[in-house]
Design a protein around this ligand. Structure first.
Ligand code: COA
Length: 169
């Protein structure tokens, strides 16, 4: 946990510009060619399941959840997750992930996917997706495709193509 007074709040439209600047600084223009971005550019993230971290009035981190489908199964895609460099390693990333997963679960969601570093995300319950079980709409390193079950067994029998959930946009 952080020794700073960090507040985690649902994202609002007023946070858009600051989040865009943070992700631009973190991932650079190359982010647009990433497969996860391709999904996110065709469907709006869920503001009520996306969160910002603040220290006082300063926004220091952000996580977004976007509605997707795996075949017929609804799910959420987590990302981008970003924390301002001077505020890293204080538990803020973890707080953002835990809050988004808790609120997603409370809203009835059962599965969250992401493309990211397993050594980091395993701490919050993410596991590698068995190779070949899901198809992303572009190239993804299979070792970085991770899933978290918000209900035990929620990923059992789930397979297929991952697509944006356009109706929930
Ligand atoms: C990844 C990121 C969001 C973590 O935020 P954070 O607030 O520093 O994370 P936390 O404080 O919750 O966790 C810090 C711990 O995670 C570890 N960690 C950070 N990034 C890691 C990674 N990519 N792989 C493995 N471990 C990682 C840190 O070494 C630290 O370990 P410790 O607790 O043993 O000291 C932040 O480093 C960031 O914005 N990075 C650039 C963008 C990015 O990579 N986003 C995620 C896409 S995979």
């Amino acid at each position: 946990m952080s020794e700073l007074a960090v507040t985690i709040l649902p994202e609002t439209t007023a946070d858009d510009a600051a989040i865009e600047r943070l992700t631009e600084r973190t991932f650079g223009p190359g982010r647009y060619s990433r497969t996860a971005y391709r999904i996110r550019e065709s469907v709006r993230h869920r503001l009520d399941l996306s969160f910002v971290a603040r220290v006082g009035t300063l926004m220091v981190g952000s996580v977004r959840l976007t509605p997707i489908r795996i075949g017929e199964t609804p799910a959420l895609l987590l990302g981008p997750l970003t924390v301002e460099p001077p505020f890293r390693d204080r538990g803020i990333g973890r707080l953002l992930i835990e809050r988004s997963l808790a609120d997603a679960k409370a809203a009835g969601h059962r599965l969250v996917l992401l493309v990211g570093d397993e050594p980091y995300y395993r701490r919050t319950g993410f596991k590698p997706v068995p190779k070949g079980r899901l198809r992303m709409p572009g190239p993804v390193d299979p070792a970085r495709l991770l899933v978290a079950e918000l209900e035990p067994g929620a990923f059992e029998g789930v397979a297929g193509a991952i697509e944006p959930e356009r109706q929930s946009a």
